[in-house]
Design a protein around this ligand. Structure first.
Ligand SMILES: C[S@@+](CC[C@H](N)C(=O)[O-])C[C@H]1O[C@@H](n2cnc3c(N)ncnc32)[C@H](O)[C@@H]1O
Length: 319
């Protein structure tokens, strides 16, 4: 369910206080906020832009998004801050576009008008996995209540606030944490949680930091690939020998599941490299034969056992 924008815009007392709380909390926790890339929904009036600037954010680092392209096209702050980069698309689409453009966001304020719903949770989850930096700060605001009764009951069963209602912010945080891709590689700290009134509705909000160790490791790996080739090799060897059983199990499962595909790939590869193989064999015939003889002599028992097993299998098949 979506909340319509208040008649007199977003400049009422509680909203002003909310903005202050969000940006004060962010500026207290985010180091070098003046260099950080920020995503926000500033709406038509853009009051949030001024608050963010007051706390050190630079206009050139702001990415403004609104699903209403008309707002983005006509908002008065566009003239005042031409450096602000704009996206007149739904957050879901903005994430895709930013991903394609290689933009990474350090801080975001998801000031939604809707209540706790699947699309909000999926947008957050996608944001974290696709365009957030590994040390990501975000604020999230949602309309309190008005979820379908079953969802509300389930939500309350999982995370209850002291007053008995569902803790929407915590639910959203846990949704992100449960992303299978990351397993236990995300570390989330809640920095602030509160609520405010918007007319006769209550809005719930929170501010949090997510440290993404999965991405940190990935970035480190790519940055240091050449420099630490030997170190990485040693580490992955250690990892493989430590987790041999698990890795083998996963490989077996993968092969069983994708047998047809793998066989096809192998056949294609085999065909593609036929000539190359024959040439190689011709050139290194002596050496290959010698190696094969040595291997056979060393592993005679094993080979004979395999042959016996194969023969027994074929016998059964032919019966
Ligand atoms: C509550 S207002 C933002 C107010 C602003 N943050 C402030 O402090 O004044 C929310 C704005 O975000 C837009 N919006 C809501 N959900 C969105 C979504 N999923 N994607 C993009 N824009 C969205 C709405 O059109 C609206 O203009």
């Amino acid at each position: 369910m979506k909340l319509r924008a208040p008649k007199n815009g977003y400049n009422f007392k509680e909203k002003v206080k909310y903005r202050e709380t969000v940006w004060k909390t962010l500026s207290k926790n985010v180091k070098n906020i003046q260099n950080k890339k920020i995503l926000m929904f500033p709406a038509y009036d853009g009051d949030e832009i001024y608050v963010a600037l007051k706390y050190g954010v630079q206009p050139k680092n702001i990415y403004a998004c609104d699903e209403n392209a008309g707002i983005i096209a006509t908002a008065p702050w566009r003239k005042e801050f031409p450096e602000i980069q704009v996206f007149g698309t739904k957050l879901e689409r903005t994430i895709e576009r930013m991903g394609d453009m290689g933009i990474k966001i350090d801080v975001a304020n998801f000031d939604f008008c809707s209540n706790l719903c699947k699309s909000v949770l999926d947008d957050l989850d996608n944001f974290v996995s696709k365009i957030a930096t590994p040390d990501f700060y975000f604020a999230l605001t949602m309309l309190k209540g008005r979820e379908p009764a079953v969802e509300n009951m389930l939500a309350k069963m999982i995370f209850k606030e002291i007053n008995g209602t569902a803790d929407r912010f915590k639910i959203a945080c846990h949704y992100i944490l449960n992303d299978k891709l990351y397993k236990d590689k995300l570390y989330l700290t809640i920095l602030k949680q509160s609520q405010y009134n918007s007319g006769n509705r209550k809005m719930s909000f929170g501010v949090a930091n997510i440290k993404n160790y999965y991405q940190t490791q990935k970035e480190w790996y790519h940055k240091n690939k050449e420099k630490n080739k030997e170190k990485i090799k040693k580490r992955s060897k250690e990892y493989r020998s430590k987790n041999k059983e698990e890795i083998n199990k996963k490989q077996r499962e993968y092969v069983a599941k994708n047998r047809e595909k793998i066989n096809k790939q192998q056949r294609e590869y085999w065909e593609k490299n036929k000539e190359k193989r024959q040439k190689y064999y011709k050139k290194n015939k002596e050496e290959i034969n010698k190696k094969q003889r040595e291997y056979a002599a060393k592993n005679r028992e094993k080979i004979n056992k395999l042959k016996r097993e194969r023969r027994a299998k074929n016998k059964l098949k032919n019966k």
